[in-house]
Write a protein that binds this ligand. Structure first.
Ligand SMILES: Cc1ncc(C[n+]2csc(CCOP(=O)(O)OP(=O)(O)O)c2C)c(N)n1
Length: 659
């Protein structure tokens, strides 16, 4: 292995050595502890340390790094206190996740590190968001995200590189090409000759280097980072390396030919660099031993701290209270009595515009939302008013964009992600339920993102432009879900969603866009999230619904003047208003729950179960649920009407009243 020291001083070379030996010695210690059953699992980076160490050393301290499971060197090079790092691995309170997540699955803004979620690829979209924030703030910073060669097969990698290319984001996409993804060799994972070649496909620069040569990594990344900071364009950096141990310790390396192990053993990054320093007289053996002795001491001290703690005492309150970022909403009243007649769609547009004015750190992202104004024209005229930097057309990359929302939050910004149709949220599902929803609970990072979801049927648009999918998210702790049924709530809840630092799924019914009008305040105002509205008051029955259901139920009640019903519009589905429901059930003793979404596992199932458990003694009849048929949504209007619950609602209502 050839080392070219260029103009680097002896001290720089020695610092790099210390940084390189530290993760190796920690790992060696961890392997011993693993054999002694003192730690539970270990993902080894032995043989790959030069990449994490060289890259981290080449960056500025406040440039974000998004590492993977083999990048201990990133954490040690950013000087995380070892006691805390070891405590994190042990799942104790001194760690970074209050014992909630394992190994390297955490971030620390103090050290400008955003750790992975298990799914690997989503890191890349988050990196895009961080880089976008840096770019918008004019910071001239680079963001570095790590990938294994296997992880590049994921759509998330492709989407994020594409977005970075199109948006000229200052990201270095590092690929540690170690020949295997778990047991799968490269030949069964990808066909490209070199990952540097992929740069051509994305229209960006691609570079391939020896990832075992710490000087080459350091030197390349220093100059690449300089270029990226100035030219604000992404780069793919492939680092050739090898994983000398199993995927994780229990899985072994039987599938790896011995010759490969021997060949790469000779290229060990730590030993080779040490030999270079000794041979060139930059260090002597006494120095090397001193460095190692010092690090071993740090490790022992760290372990003493970490092992002094036991697993956290569990507290339901503590666990539940960290699901959402702390926030207490102050409802904003309109400044004047001025009102205008606005359609539901105008109300959304007004709320969005006034939120953009209120929050100068809010960025809108979605397909065709810029000059074109969005497929429903909600953002028409926004580019002229707010500029293209804040009103961003996106490639068809829902996952990367949702991830970018989290990245923007990490840099203190707010994001709106518009799904062109709620149906397409499937592409961003992982980012939403695993990243956005969990980041606050895992490591205290709020996801200040509103995902707008044009939803619902009634437009004869078939199975992929009509779905109600709110219950997919209802089951996910960490999200909030709002679903306005009228123009007043549409604007007030949207504005409230942007004020709230938590991720909010904002459902807007397409059929209501242009069919519903009301006089609403011209000024900015908010509606309380989590608060239902009593649309009609009565004594015989409680109707619980939201969205289109509010209008269907009103229509049927108009036809049945003798029925005296409380009609509750939930408005917020997560967290839903239990008090309003209990209060009404206590009065009426009969409940029917209506929603457009399919019945099985729908939101009515949860609410019905809750009422059965908590209001059992108040009930005079079983809780009746009415929803869409348990089928996909058909295209032909006759079939679609048959799918929707409206026609079945009246007889169900009569049934509950007859009990
Ligand atoms: C979406 C997803 N699928 C599968 C896995 C299981 N898994 C974890 S790591 C891994 C191999 C990753 O290989 P690579 O990206 O090359 O990284 P390396 O482990 O070689 O550093 C697999 C299959 C996962 N974590 N996430």
């Amino acid at each position: 292995m050839k080392f070219d020291r260029k103009d680097y001083s002896d001290q720089q070379l020695l610092d790099l050595y210390t940084a390189l030996v530290r993760p190796r010695l920690i790992e060696e210690k961890m392997l011993i502890l693993l054999r002694q059953n003192k730690i539970s699992k270990w993902f080894s980076g032995i043989g790959q340390e030069a990449i994490a160490v060289g890259i981290t050393a080449a960056l500025e301290q406040d440039e974000y790094i998004l590492p993977m499971h083999r990048n201990l060197g990133v954490f040690t090079s950013r000087n995380l206190p070892l006691g805390r790092l070891f405590a994190q691995w042990q799942g104790t309170m001194m760690g970074y996740t209050k014992g909630r997540d394992r190994s390297f699955h955490f971030g620390t803004n103090e050290h400008h590190i955003v750790g992975m979620i298990s799914h690997l690829g989503p890191q890349n979209g988050v990196a895009d968001g961080i880089a976008l924030a840096s770019k918008l703030k004019g910071e001239k910073k680079v963001t570095v995200v790590f990938n294994g060669d296997g992880g590049t097969s994921e759509g998330d990698f492709h989407e994020a590189v594409n977005v970075a290319a199109v948006w000229d984001l200052p990201v270095i996409f590092v690929i540690e090409n170690n020949g295997y993804g778990l047991s799968t060799p490269s030949s069964e994972q990808f066909r490209c000759r070199s990952f540097a070649d992929k740069g051509i496909g994305y229209g960006i620069q691609g570079v391939s280097i020896d990832g075992n040569n710490v000087l080459e990594v350091y030197d390349t990344v220093r100059s690449l980072a300089d270029e990226v900071r100035v030219h604000q364009k992404p780069v793919i950096l492939e680092c050739m390396t090898f994983r000398m141990r199993g995927h994780e310790e229990a899985s072994g390396t039987k599938y790896v030919p011995k010759s490969l192990m021997e060949e790469w053993g000779r290229k060990d990054p730590v030993e080779n660099y040490e030999q270079f320093l000794l041979a060139s007289g930059v260090a002597d053996s006494q120095y090397v031993e001193e460095v190692k002795r010092g690090i071993r001491k740090e490790i022992e001290q760290g372990l003493n701290l970490a092992f002094a703690e036991t697993h956290p005492a569990a507290s339901i309150d503590q666990e539940v209270s960290d699901v959402y970022a702390p926030y207490s909403q102050t409802v904003v009243e309109p400044a004047t009595d001025n009102q205008s007649e606005r359609r539901y769609i105008d109300a959304i547009s007004d709320g969005l515009r006034q939120s953009m004015e209120r929050h100068d750190n809010l960025v809108l992202m979605g397909q065709d939302i810029a000059e074109y104004g969005g497929v429903f024209k909600i953002t028409e005229g926004f580019v002229e008013k707010f500029g293209k930097a804040r009103v961003r057309n996106t490639p068809i990359c829902e996952s990367a964009i949702a991830g970018a929302g989290l990245g923007l939050s990490i840099k203190g910004m707010k994001a709106m992600v518009e799904m062109q149709f709620a149906d397409f949220v499937t592409e961003a599902f992982n980012q939403i339920v695993n990243n956005l929803a969990k980041s606050h609970w895992r490591w205290g990072q709020p996801s200040d993102v509103v995902v707008r979801m044009p939803t619902g049927a009634g437009t004869a648009a078939g199975p992929y432009h009509s779905q109600s999918n709110e219950s997919w998210f209802f089951h996910t702790p960490g999200l909030k879900i709002v679903y306005p049924s009228n123009p007043y709530d549409a604007k007030g809840l949207l504005c409230a969603s942007f004020d709230d630092p938590n991720p909010v799924m904002y459902f807007e019914h397409k059929l209501l866009y242009r069919s519903l009008k009301a006089a609403i305040p011209d000024d900015y105002y908010t509606v309380e999230i989590g608060k239902a509205r009593l649309v009609r008051e009565g004594n015989d029955v409680t109707i619980i619904t939201y969205g289109m259901g509010v209008h269907w139920a009103s229509e049927i009640l108009d036809q049945l003047p003798s029925v005296s019903a409380d009609l509750i519009d939930l408005r917020t589905l997560l967290p839903w208003d239990k008090d309003a429901v209990a209060h009404s059930v206590e009065k009426t003793s009969r409940v029917i729950i209506l929603h457009e979404d399919t019945l099985t596992g729908g939101i009515s199932a949860e609410i019905g179960a809750w009422i059965s458990e908590h209001c059992f003694k108040m009930l005079d009849a079983p809780v009746i649920r009415v929803g869409g048929l348990d089928t996909p949504i058909p295209f032909a209007p006759t079939l679609e009407a048959n799918f929707l619950p409206k026609t079945r609602f009246r007889s169900a209502l009569e049934r509950v009243l007859a009990f």
